[in-house]
Design a protein around this ligand. Structure first.
Ligand code: NAP
Ligand code: MG
Length: 480
């Protein structure tokens, strides 16, 4: 043990009050599902957490019918001011139960507790607070005269930010006066089900929010249900395409938040230490399971070696291990399937001729793990420069001029986010203007705020979440 070794500092699980099994949350109550139940596990040690009900067609019918009844009889008749009160109440309860939610999220997802505690859960509360404030101001938001809710929203979310994606979906939908049926990802249903308990605590009228757990097929049924007015999806581009096809011609409104392959561009006048922190945050935050991750580092040729040296030495200090340990920087990969995909793409990167470097860290015996990895000498044609790895893997490319940086950054079918590191404000504005990305960060990365719209260009999807723009996706005839 070196003298810099950290003693274990695990967050206690005693705060959790988990049930052995969870039903579907329909019409304000937990009910049995008629589909096949499944277990959710902790990816850090593959231990069983709870048994989760599976929703089949009949359950989706029940959930959509409950949402429709709640919409017709209660929610669409309630004033925005009163809807806002429920949202404020939910936000406060999330804050009250913040520690419990953070522990549950890290347990079920594998992300480090310092991220779930300091990023995910505070953002969840801020999303509900933010949209609570909009609920009584829709007439004054420049969204047209007398904006109206769409009705029942079917929402499908991925496993990388389970509770945060739930907040991004549910908060604007309810603020705008819609009711909801939400399907969490199969590997991370836990915090959505604790959230259902919070809705009971908040006395939210029955049926306003329903949570149906299950596999991809459950999501497919929800998308196709004829009484769903709006589909909101976050996930892979492949499933996004399937959803776009399924709703084409039905009159359902759709928003799709899909994958990304963001360029993080470092110019030679950038503050290098700060940029290195930004690169680390850009691709190793949340094990790289981030749609807007800075997975393609574009570094100006003259500073390439210096940046890579400092990056490697920084990565050598990251601690990988128990997600519940407060000192952990890199947690577990969410599932065996995702780990297999990361391994496959990394092996392809090596066979295509890029140079692979992996941080030297001990990998626990059980669970799903992947050490922080960098590929240098990557070419634009390599799979690791084009495909979303969705893991802690960085591909490094170089450029000589700003024009080349912009051309390389835009050379992707995606367009979700990008980063620029430079000392010059004028360069930030000039480059950002030419990047085909929904979000561009300057001298920072992976910053989120409920007031700021988020969404993609091209194969990264369409529609915006967050901010005033996020409301338009849930209102009739509104455009930002
Ligand atoms: P995924 O397979 O598309 O799954 C996302 C959600 O859709 C899950 O709840 C999934 O259920 C469900 N689903 C699967 N097949 C479906 C179908 N045919 N119809 C309806 N729903 C279906 O994505 P993933 O691999 O789990 O998540 C990672 C992807 O999400 C990455 O590509 C990432 O870039 C993207 N992402 C995008 C954003 C954004 O805001 N743009 C944010 C986060 C993640 P199961 O879990 O049961 O399969
Ligand atoms: Mg799990």
């Amino acid at each position: 043990m070196s003298f810099l070794e950290y003693a274990p500092a695990p967050e206690s699980k005693a705060i959790l009050n988990l049930r052995d099994s969870y039903g579907l949350f329909i019409d304000g109550e937990f009910v049995d599902g008629s589909g096949k139940s499944f277990t959710t596990i902790s990816p850090a040690d593959e231990s069983h957490i709870a048994e989760i009900a599976g929703a089949d067609d009949a359950d989706i019918d029940r959930a959509v019918a409950a949402a429709r009844r709640a919409y017709d009889k209660v929610w669409s008749k309630m004033s925005g001011r009163d809807r806002g009160k429920y949202l404020f109440r939910i936000a406060r309860l999330v804050q009250e139960r913040a520690r419990e939610l953070a522990v549950a999220e890290s347990l079920d997802n594998g992300k480090p507790i310092k991220e779930s505690r300091d990023v995910d859960v505070p953002l969840v509360a801020s999303w509900f607070f933010y949209y609570a404030g909009w609920a009584d101001k829709l007439d004054h938001a420049g969204l047209g005269a007398n904006p109206r809710a769409l009705g029942v929203a079917g929402q499908i979310i991925p496993w990388n930010f389970p509770l945060l994606m739930l907040a991004w979906k549910i908060a604007p939908a309810l603020a705008a006066g819609n009711t909801v049926v939400l399907k969490p990802a199969e590997t991370t249903p836990l915090t959505a089900l604790i959230f259902a308990e919070i809705l009971q605590q908040a006395d939210l009228p029955a049926g306003v929010v329903n949570i149906v757990t299950g596999a991809g097929s459950t999501g497919a049924m929800l998308v196709r249900h004829p009484d769903v007015d709006k589909v909101a999806f976050t996930g892979s581009t492949g499933v996004g395409r399937d959803i776009a096809r399924a709703v084409a011609g039905t009159g359902k409104k759709v928003t799709l938040e899909l994958g990304g392959k963001a360029a993080n561009i470092v110019f030679d006048d950038a503050p290098i230490d700060q940029a290195v922190e930004g690169i680390v945050n850009g691709i190793f935050f949340n094990q790289g399971h981030v749609c807007c991750a800075g997975s393609r580092l574009l570094v100006q040729e003259s500073i390439h070696d210096e940046v890579i040296d400092r990056l490697k030495s920084r990565l050598s200090t990251l601690r990988l291990g128990d997600p519940l340990d407060k000192n952990t920087d890199i947690g577990a990969i969410n599932s065996a399937a995702q780990l297999a995909r990361i391994r496959e793409l990394s092996d392809i990167g090596e066979s295509e001729g890029a140079e692979r470097w992996t941080a030297d860290c001990a990998i626990p015996d059980k669970g799903f793990w992947f050490a922080p990895t960098i590929f240098t000498g990557v070419e634009a044609s390599h799979r690791i420069a084009r495909d979303e790895v969705f893991g802690p893997v960085l591909s490094v490319l170089t450029f000589r001029t700003p024009a080349e940086a912009i051309a390389k950054a835009n050379n992707t079918p995606y367009g979700l986010s990008a980063g620029i590191w430079t000392d010059k404000g004028s360069r930030i504005l000039a480059v950002a203007d030419q990047l085909r990305a929904g979000v561009v960060w300057a001298n920072t990365f992976n910053r989120f705020d409920p007031a700021s719209p988020f969404g993609g260009y091209k194969e990264s999807g369409y529609g915006r979440e967050g901010g005033r723009h996020g409301l338009t996706a849930y209102l009739k005839g509104a455009s930002a």
